[in-house]
Ligand binder design. Structure first.
Ligand code: F6P
Length: 301
């Protein structure tokens, strides 16, 4: 890899689904750049912005007042164009024209796949910061945003439980996470759900019926089932409908939490993680440890 001895300019982008704490990570990267006398450049709308040249110099004040804000001030996108060589050529031109020496990408698995292809193709230094509510990224125990999303889910389930109890109903609550059951599993533990349906474990209706039967015998009048969106059986509406055809002891309702799980102010854990990972990304660049991801494993950065 052709690596300049001194890194003077670093590009920064957020890509893929936004997650709470991305702003705290942007803030940390920008301020760590300033600390190391490197000029940070913000790229708008992820890899799409890199392709179309939406790039601007940032400074310590560009990131004021954002540590507590959800979403991403740099905006984000899932770029189709970056999958093509033509798109990546244009992205490289933007970096070359602005004399950028390295790129920090904040996002999830799609972001890193793109970053890796790009770094190999152009021999260009890229560092990844894991941010995704799904917590499905290898190399870190937690991705930025996961803990905030978990809190949002648990708070919502607590609220639904109030109405479930009042009506003696069964609620299927569907949560995000793609093919990862992290959010579903931990939300079910934290909210005291009676059953959880995960992508990692094949689900059969009969298992749920058995559990509901046991609950009935113990005079349990309402129940909460957490459904991971990526489970093998299907959407929660299908599960509820199929159940109603063979088991009618409970009236059931479905709630899909949806994008509410991605918004809101980041919790302290995510703000701290984002601040630490932003700093670690710059330290990795200084140590010439490129084409890797900064993460937290066993409480060590
Ligand atoms: O990867 C984050 C995530 O929120 C997943 O949990 C979910 O399946 C997906 O993004 C939704 O993507 P979009 O916002 O593009 O519909």
């Amino acid at each position: 890899m052709i690596v300049k001895n001194v890194i003077k300019k670093v590009g920064l982008l957020t890509s893929g689904g936004d997650s709470p704490g991305m702003n705290a990570a942007i803030r940390s990267v920008v301020r760590a750049c300033v600390f190391h006398k490197i000029i940070p450049f913000g790229i708008s709308k992820g890899y799409d912005g890199l392709i179309s040249g939406k790039i601007a110099e940032m400074n310590a004040r560009s990131v004021k007042g954002i540590i507590n804000k959800g979403g991403t001030i740099l905006k984000t996108a899932r770029s189709a164009d970056f999958r093509s060589k033509e798109g990546r050529d244009k992205a490289y031109d933007t970096l070359k024209n602005n004399e950028i020496d390295a790129l920090v990408v904040i996002g999830g698995d799609g972001t890193f796949t793109g970053g890796l292809v790009f770094s190999k193709e152009f021999d260009f230094p890229v560092i990844g910061i894991p941010a995704s509510i799904d917590n499905d990224i290898f190399g870190t125990d937690f991705s930025i945003g996961y803990n905030t999303a978990l809190e949002t889910i648990v708070e919502s389930v607590d609220k639904i439980r109030d109405t479930a109890n009042s009506h003696n109903r069964l609620f299927f609550i569907e949560v995000m996470g793609r093919k990862s059951g992290n959010l579903a599993l931990n939300a079910s533990l934290a909210s005291g759900a009676c059953f959880v349906i995960l992508p990692e474990k094949d689900f059969q209706l009969i298992d749920l019926i058995k559990r509901l039967e046991e609950n009935k015998k113990r005079n349990k009048e309402s129940s909460i089932v957490i459904v991971a969106e990526g489970n093998n059986y299907g959407p929660s509406y299908k599960i509820a409908e199929d159940l109603s055809k063979v088991y009618s002891a409970y009236e059931s309702k479905v709630t899909i939490l949806g994008h509410i799980q991605r918004g809101g102010k980041p919790c302290s854990f995510d703000r701290i993680l984002a601040s630490q990972l932003g700093m670690a990304a710059l330290e990795s660049l200084k140590l010439k440890k490129y084409n890797s991801l900064v993460g937290l494993v066993n409480n060590t950065l």
